[in-house]
Design a protein around this ligand. Sequence first.
Ligand SMILES: Cc1ncc(COP(=O)(O)O)c(C=O)c1O
Length: 339
Amino acid sequence: MPVDFRSDTVTKPSKEMRAVMAEAEVGDDVFGDDPTVKKLEQFAADMFGMEAGLYCTSGTQTNQIAINVWTNPGDEVICHEEAHIYRYEGGGIALNSMCSMRFLRGNSGRINPEEIIPNINPDDQHYPVTSLVSIEDTANRGGGVYYDFKDIQRISQICRDKKLPLHLDGARVFNALVETGTNPKEYGAQFDSISICLSKGLGAPVGSVLLGSADFIKKAKRVRKRLGGGMRQVGIIAAGGLYALQNNIERLKEDHRRAKEVAELLESKTWVKEVLPVATNIVVGILEPGVSEFDVVEKVAQHDVLCVPFGNGRIRFTTHLDITDEDLSILKQKLPNEI
Ligand SMILES: Cc1ncc(COP(=O)(O)O)c(C=O)c1O
């Protein structure tokens, strides 16, 4: 069996999680009858001090629903140029919400608060209406870095002053929260909507939850239905998500410790020029000039080690719930010194 560092989405539900799922009480959730889904939605909302939650199929769906609720066709969304909502959601913003994007350069996948105001369009018929700001914490393309909470507070204040809603793509927000120790309710108060993923570091097989005010979630539910995301006896998978929120957050610190060990190992290889500083569970290696990321991924796979190409001569390793200290030892033995 290869050791799989491709993503924190590759985890399989544990025995304990499966047992909870098998026993879950269910009902038709489109009728509002699924007690387990309701429990998960309220649990997640309470964590961040939000009024309500909506269980959805994926992080792409929660992000796309939020953007659709906050915008009108022809509007513009401000985000980082490497944001997942733009780069990896299949052009969904253009198709689902018919919006243009305004990109900020920022720093390692994070936007700088000072960049926002100059990028809000004036109230003039020539320009699209700026209607939303979205940030990502942790920032995947930035190598799993998290925001300084003071920056989030400044971004939030600017959005409030400018009457712009602020959305969080929090696919890996728990990785950020366990590192910074920020109180989730204080953190949640900075945003108008939050997407959290249960199927990444937390180890659930499926699902994300969109959080916001009761009014926002009512609108979001209509959009989810329109996208074909209304699910029936879905408590059976929601139970795994609830288990993940109740049991698998604090342990993310172990993934962060292991990621630092992976970084040290990569640094020792002749084919790696540099490793980006590790903040959470993502390790990005910059390869020596002339070394192809695709060749590296293929060659290490021949040694039973899986990772992914990450663009511009970089590779990415991600630690997660199913990577143990034993897997790290295997990695140390198997990762070749020469490519
Ligand atoms: C930052 C970020 N946002 C959103 C998503 C989307 O999640 P999903 O794969 O559940 O659609 C991902 C997936 O990896 C992600 O990394």
